[in-house]
Design a protein around this ligand. Structure first.
Ligand SMILES: O=P(O)(O)OC[C@H]1O[C@](O)(COP(=O)(O)O)[C@@H](O)[C@@H]1O
Ligand SMILES: [Mg+2]
Ligand SMILES: [Mg+2]
Length: 335
């Protein structure tokens, strides 16, 4: 039997047909972005623009192209009440009678484009709350638990789509006719791991408990953990999380004190929430180190968040390190 398409799989899962239509538009956009990326320098669209986004980051031409593809195609769909993007200052209203809000990071890891390393598109779908419209920020400020679906496309040696509507996590691969076909029906993160992903160059800016925890991983067999760990850092969250979903591991971009306005680098609504939804659906854990990411009540559309996610047992060791630090701080305050 031929492998299922995204639509077939979602129909088998008895997904709301209107939600399927929204997901189909997103997958069509990802196919178009994959095609643009595949041609690389031949199209002359690598490199930076002269613009910065609302977060003060230089935009790549492909950040803008990917954003425009998603924005245009989604807003043309009457079901869409609005969109919010990492590359847009404010949410953009769609149809006033639309049902869905789509939030996205059009091109994640875009500093990797020029060096031909994997990048991706991350998305999250919410329902517009009663009495709100898709042009107002408050409509989007819903916790990650309210996501109807989340996923990402990874543009690597193969283009893949990883998706969840709350019924496990499925992976599809782009064939040469331009369709995403099911290649893994149930992604499941192994509970134990010996692999971690973190940008070690920020070490001196982390909190002491994170420094101590990573120090023990680096110490390997010679330290308290008694086993050797391996480190990987691709610097595209999509690619790093994809590895975690595929073979386990932990990925963290923790709180740091480099810039008081950005205590976490990653964005809650476009990166933290959709990836946490996928990780939980695949049996892993996703935390800020102080609470579950999916339980955060967002205050701002471009809010940043510290992220640690992946193999359940290893994330629990990390949480325990933070709990022990909090307990000893509380004990010293009570003295
Ligand atoms: O430059 P650093 O510190 O390695 O940060 C890499 C992180 O930043 C990001 O690139 C941020 O995403 P954007 O490229 O969408 O801004 C993540 O994908 C990645 O994990
Ligand atoms: Mg990103
Ligand atoms: Mg981006």
């Amino acid at each position: 039997m031929p492998a299922a398409t995204v639509t077939q799989l979602l129909k088998d899962q008895k997904t709301d047909p209107e939600l399927i239509s929204v997901i189909n538009v997103i997958t069509a956009c990802c196919q178009e972005i994959a095609e643009q990326l595949r041609l690389g320098a031949l199209t002359g669209i690598l490199g930076a623009t002269v613009e910065t986004n609302v977060q003060g980051e230089t935009q790549k031409q492909l950040d803008v192209i990917a954003n425009d593809i998603l924005k245009e195609k989604l807003l043309a769909l009457p079901l869409i009440a609005g969109i919010a993007s990492e590359e847009e200052d404010l949410p953009v209203a769609g149809n006033k009678d639309g049902r869905f809000l789509v939030l996205f990071d059009p091109l994640d890891g875009s500093s990797n484009i020029d060096v031909n390393v994997s990048v991706g598109t991350i998305f999250s779908i919410l329902e517009v709350p009663e009495g709100c419209h898709g042009g107002e920020e408050k409509a989007y400020l819903q916790s990650g638990r309210k996501q109807l679906a989340a996923g990402y496309a990874l543009y690597g040696p193969a283009a893949t789509l990883t998706l969840s509507t709350g019924k496990g996590v499925q992976q599809f691969s782009l064939d040469n006719q331009g369709s995403f076909l099911l290649t893994q029906a149930e992604m499941s993160i192994p509970q134990d791991t010996k692999e971690f992903a973190i940008n070690m160059s920020n070490q001196r800016f982390w909190q002491p408990q994170m420094q101590a925890y990573i120090g023990e991983l680096v110490a390997g067999k010679d330290g308290s953990r008694g086993k050797n760990f391996n480190m990987r850092w691709i610097a595209s969250m999509v690619a790093d999380v994809h590895r975690v979903l595929t073979r386990g591991g932990i990925f963290t971009y923790p709180w740091d004190n480099r810039d008081a306005d950005k205590p976490g680098k990653l964005r809650l609504m476009y990166e933290g929430n959709p990836m946490s939804f996928l990780v939980e659906q695949a049996g892993g854990l996703a935390t800020t180190c102080f609470g579950n990411i999916l339980d955060i009540q967002p205050q701002k559309i471009h809010q940043r968040v510290s992220v640690a996610l992946g193999s359940k047992n290893e994330i629990e060791v990390l949480l325990q390190a933070h709990q022990t630090a909090a307990d000893s701080q509380a004990a010293s305050l009570n003295k």
